[in-house]
Ligand binder design. Sequence first.
Ligand code: NAP
Length: 280
Amino acid sequence: MSENKPFKLAGVMGMPVLQSRSPIIHNHWIREHGLSAAYGHFPVQIDRIEDAVRGLSALGLAGCNITQPHKLAAFGLMDQVSPLAQRIGAINCIVVQANGALHGFNFDAEGFIQSLRDERPAWRASDGPAVVLGAGGAARAVVCALIDEGAPEIRLINRTRDKADQLAQLDPRIVHALEWSQRHAALEGAALLVNSTNQGMYGQPALELSLDALPSTALVSDLIYVPLETPLIAAARSRGNTTANGLGMLLHQAVPAFESWFGVRPRVTAALRERVLATF
Ligand code: NAP
């Protein structure tokens, strides 16, 4: 460790959080760039999130990532929130400023778009209608990202219809909420399908969805990365659709976070992917 460079510390707060791959990603980059820094897991109970966030500055941390169940609660504890995180209504990254002020960001939208381009470099939101399943925190980031990228139409479908209706208010000309029962037929003519529910995640049942109406040219994205191959990804690939799993979003949302804390823009390389994949 260099003596004249201050040691910087960051981490991820959540509960549970020990399964998070973020320390592997950030510590890989810290080593790659020879920084005097470290990134750790911070398991924080729901009723201690305010104490934990308010302690960041006093402890001298550069900042931290925020994961479930704290994304909404942490939002309300920020001194300043980026315009995109304001629209999304949740943060996934805190940057401690030199004066101790806490700035909140949401880099999930950026990570999501980049994960699509990894699999289909020529992908454009203007390719056609998108179908988004889910209306939780991740879906909010996905919908904002697609609006900002110029999606002509977003068919938003959530088990609890009210939450889809609320999210559609982001831009009612583009985002149309539908009933959960309409999810199969809504795939007709879609250029993009995104699963941002938790269905298909480890410990959850598979997403119940018939892909019969989905064009074989559509790109299929599942935000889940445990497992990497969800039943949706497997079914989509077997019928010829290009697919993107949740690992790309996880890796790419980490890039701007790392840059905000440590002042270096890192790269998502094959070596990093291999390192993270080795943990599955
Ligand atoms: P969340 O806020 O808790 O939302 C969960 C969503 O799943 C809601 O829309 C919920 O619908 C839906 N859902 C739950 N049980 C369901 C069921 N039985 N049938 C149909 N829908 C159901 O969670 P989140 O933070 O948005 O995360 C959603 C997924 O995205 C998770 O799998 C998470 O791991 C993944 N994610 C990945 C990344 C990444 O970097 N790759 C980042 C963030 C999140 P209701 O509203 O009806 O409850």
